[in-house]
Design a protein around this ligand. Structure first.
Ligand code: 4AD
Ligand code: MG
Length: 457
């Protein structure tokens, strides 16, 4: 068993091989009089291995238990497949049932709805679509690490439990050991940390402290938001990649974000596993062309003020009326990327009122050096900014937003001791995955989606 060969390797073998071992889950079984065909999938690739088991080989007496979903071990010879549908097939010399599956196994047939499959998140990864999504997720996570490590960014593991609200939006999950149901006047003094603590919404603030020592860093891990948005692009738990670069301004930040997105698009286009082809064929027919177009063209850059101008002059009636100062809504982002620019666009210099306290105030006194990368079909996938490196401006922002100066003293220290211009961004890993796979719902690119009202298992 331990010397099994992955089906992905068997299927691209250069020559026949004898006495090889494969293991996996039965997708289908067809019986003839003297032999059976098994389609065996081990999750190493999209394709399944065809196994021919002749009646009479060891293990064949149990063939009626080799149902869809059962796990099996097969030993045999890899031979050229006469059928032509696949190059190789395995002629079994013995078969062994490891774990049976009866007819209650929910994935008996193909074509289940994503909603149904979400209700069996522990089994859905055994389908073609989810197998492809989660292999791709793993490969792209590796591509993210390569991108930053090749550029000398150090990976920093910022804490998941924090006492500060990075985005200032008050969308934090509380971390406590106090029993919410017990009465009595408890205060945070009695709590585990002796103060209020939360799950992080972003590793940025802690990331900045490391960038202001190591130079270039990135964080990559889970983040949590208790925002009550039941949309196809919001999850309460999602992964974020957050680079932070010292001695870098907004221009450098926009360049880094574009290079980052293009690197991942390039990794996707170069994918030879068959998973990308699967997305192009079954999920989104326009995917390849769209990604090729993204990799060829520079991203359009447009100021927030310019974007408002385009939206106002579009003659389009939006549900959410457009005026300078509003936060761009999904309908506005979609108009800009899908209709006006026909591709990704980086919007920069947003009104300071709609952005967090840490963004650098521009000379106009009205806007901050923020940038968002918007893409067709999804909207915002990256949000970032140059950070306010001037102590007095930062402190006045903290006061203006009614935040506790004391709680952010450590953060302000970076401006007190050797302050440097620095910038960074956050890219939602699931949104990037949606963009690269064509999958339309964030719940289908994260193994166990957590959304308002949903925390199965
Ligand atoms: O724009 P956001 O809120 O930016 C920050 O958190 C900054 N601290 C990042 C930084 O500069 N280091 O979030 C960044 C990205 C968004 O562009 C989006 O892709 C993703 O995180 N995101 C979500 N993804 C899934 N579900 C949610 N609820 C998300 N909220 C944000
Ligand atoms: Mg944002």
């Amino acid at each position: 068993m331990n010397n099994r060969i992955l089906i992905k390797h068997l299927l691209c073998a250069e020559a026949p091989a004898s006495r090889v071992i494969a293991a996996g889950w039965v997708r289908t079984r067809r019986d003839s009089k003297n032999f059976s065909f098994l389609e065996l999938n081990d999750g190493s690739c999209l394709a399944s291995l065809q196994v021919i088991a002749d009646a009479g080989i060891p293990g064949y007496e149990e063939i009626s238990l080799f149902n869809t979903g059962a796990s099996v071990l097969v030993q045999g010879d890899l031979v050229e497949s006469p059928g032509g549908r696949q190059k190789w097939e395995l002629r079994a010399s013995s078969i062994q049932l490891l774990g049976g599956a009866d007819h209650s196994y929910p994935l008996q047939k193909k074509g289940h709805s994503p909603e149904f499959l979400r209700s069996i998140a522990h089994l859905r990864v055994r389908t073609n679509l989810f197998g492809a999504v989660f292999r791709t997720r793993s490969r792209l996570a590796a591509a993210i690490h390569r991108f930053f490590l090749d550029r000398e960014f150090a990976w920093v593991h910022t804490p998941l439990i924090t006492a500060s609200d990075c985005e200032g939006a008050g969308e934090m999950f509380r971390v406590t050991t106090l029993d919410p149901l017990s009465r009595g006047n408890k205060s945070f003094d009695d709590d585990f940390f002796g103060r209020a603590a939360y799950l992080t919404v972003s590793g940025q603030l802690e990331g900045e402290t490391y960038a202001c020592a190591l130079g270039n860093i990135y964080t990559f891990g889970p983040t949590f938001r208790a925002e009550n948005s039941n949309t196809t692009r919001h999850a309460a738990e999602f992964w974020m990649v957050e680079p932070e670069a010292a001695f870098c301004d907004l221009e450098g930040d926009m360049e880094l974000a574009e290079a980052f997105v293009k690197h991942l698009v390039g990794a996707m286009l170069a994918d030879s596993s068959g998973d990308f082809d699967f997305f192009c064929k079954w999920v989104d027919k326009g995917l390849r062309e769209r990604l090729e177009c993204v990799s060829r063209r520079p991203f359009v850059r447009c100021s927030y003020t310019g974007a408002i101008d385009i939206l106002t002059k579009s003659g389009r009636r939006f549900d959410y009326p457009v005026r300078w100062g509003i936060d761009l809504q999904s309908e506005h982002e979609r108009f800009l990327t899908e209709e006006h620019f026909g591709g990704p666009v980086t919007i920069y210099d947003y009104p300071k009122e709609i952005k967090p306290f840490y963004m650098r105030l521009n000379d106009d006194g009205k806007t901050v050096a923020a940038m968002d990368v918007l893409v067709p079909g999804i909207g915002e996938i990256v949000g970032g900014s140059q950070r306010e490196e001037r102590l007095d401006v930062l402190e006045s922002n903290i006061r203006r937003m009614g935040m506790s100066e004391d709680s952010y003293r450590w953060y302000a220290d970076l401006r007190r001791y050797g302050s440097v211009p620095h910038a960074g961004f956050g890219a939602g890993f699931e949104r990037v995955l949606m963009f690269l796979t064509g999958v339309r719902n964030i719940r289908d690119v994260i193994p166990y989606p957590r959304t308002p009202g949903h925390c199965e298992y």
